[in-house]
Write a protein that binds this ligand. Structure first.
Ligand code: GLN
Length: 273
C-alpha cells in the first residue's frame, strides 16, 4: 500500500506522460476528493498510507483523467466565483474566464434598485447564482435553459448555495415577459467542427461559424431590454468583430470589449441605440 505522497507522485508521473498539463493540481484534487478532505489537509497527511480501496479508486480516476475526462466530471464539482458548484456531464464546466462576464454584469447593475436580469442558457446556473450571491440590491434574476437535465443541476446549485433565482425551461428568450436591465449569456459558440468529446454538445455547438446564437440573441432581444439596459455576452477567440457587426445590424452599439488573461477579447457589452 502506498503513502499519499507516493500515490501522488506516481499519479503525476502518469498524467504528465499522457500530456495532461494540470497534472499536479489534478492529482491533488482527485485524491483529496476520494479521501473527503481538502488539499491543505492532504499535504499534512503525506506520510499516511492509503487503504487498498482508495488506492485502486484513485488510479482508476487517474486512468480516466489520462484519457481526457475532465476532473470536474470525475469529482462532480467545480469552483467558480469562490463558490462550489455541482457539475455533471449534463452541463458545461464553468470556466475561469467566465468570471469576467459575471464581474462585468455585477458592475453594470450594482448601483441600480432591484435590477431585472435574464441569464440565457444557464447550464449549471453558475452565472445566475454568482450574480444572485454578489448583488446586494435585491436583483430579480431569471435563468433559462432548453435542457431539463441542466435545469435540474441549476436548481440543485441554487438550493445548495441559497441563491434566489427563477429557473425556466425555454429556448433563449422565449417565455420571458417584461423588460430587463441586464441580459447576460455565455451561449454555445464553438464551431461545429471543433466540438470536444466530453461536454454536452448543446452547450457548445454554435453552428458552422460558431455565431448562430449571437444572431438569434441580438435579433430577439430588443423588446425585452430596457433603455438604457445592457446585453453582455461571452465570446470565443476571434469572434468579437463579427459579433460587434451582428450587434450593429440589430440596432445595438458595442460599448465595451474586455480581454481575458490570455489576451482574448472575451466579453462584449452592448446597448440599444
Ligand atoms: N469556453 C468554452 C470552450 O472553449 C466554450 C463555451 C461556450 O461555447 N460558451 O470550450
Amino acid at each position: 500500500m502506498l503513502t499519499i505522497k507516493e500515490a501522488l507522485s506516481k499519479a503525476r508521473e502518469k498524467l504528465k506522460q499522457e500530456g495532461i498539463e494540470s497534472f499536479w493540481l489534478d492529482g491533488d484534487l482527485l485524491l483529496a476528493f476520494l479521501l473527503g478532505i481538502d488539499r491543505t489537509t492532504l499535504y499534512i497527511k503525506l506520510d499516511e498510507r492509503l487503504s487498498s480501496e482508495i488506492e485502486s479508486r484513485f488510479f482508476e480516476f487517474i486512468k480516466r483523467r489520462s484519457a481526457g475526462e475532465p476532473v470536474a466530471y470525475l469529482i462532480q464539482e467545480k469552483e467558480f466565483m469562490g463558490l462550489s458548484f455541482k457539475i455533471t456531464p449534463d452541463v458545461l464546466i464553468p470556466r475561469p474566464e467566465t468570471e469576467m462576464l459575471v464581474e462585468t454584469g455585477i458592475s453594470l447593475v450594482s448601483k441600480m434598485d432591484r435590477p431585472v436580469i435574464y441569464d440565457l442558457g444557464t447550464g449549471s446556473g453558475a452565472i445566475a447564482i454568482s450574480l444572485a450571491r454578489n448583488l446586494k440590491n435585491e436583483p430579480h434574476i431569471f435563468a433559462t435553459d432548453i435542457s431539463p437535465q441542466a435545469l435540474r443541476i441549476a436548481k440543485l446549485n441554487a438550493d445548495r448555495l441559497k441563491a434566489k433565482i427563477f429557473l425556466l425551461c425555454s429556448s433563449l428568450l422565449s417565455g420571458l415577459k417584461g423588460k430587463a436591465d441586464l441580459i447576460i449569456s455565455n451561449p454555445p459558440y464553438v464551431q461545429r467542427e471543433n466540438l470536444g468529446r466530453y461536454e454536452p454538445q448543446i452547450s457548445l455547438d454554435g453552428g458552422i461559424d460558431g455565431l448562430s446564437f449571437y444572431q438569434r440573441i441580438f435579433s430577439q432581444v430588443r423588446p425585452l431590454l430596457k433603455k438604457p439596459g445592457f446585453l453582455v455576452v461571452e465570446m470565443g477567440a476571434g469572434q468579437s468583430e463579427a459579433i460587434s457587426k451582428i450587434a450593429k445590424r440589430q440596432g445595438f452599439k458595442t460599448i465595451g470589449i474586455t480581454k481575458d488573461l490570455a489576451g482574448i477579447e472575451r466579453v462584449l457589452v452592448a446597448t440599444l441605440v
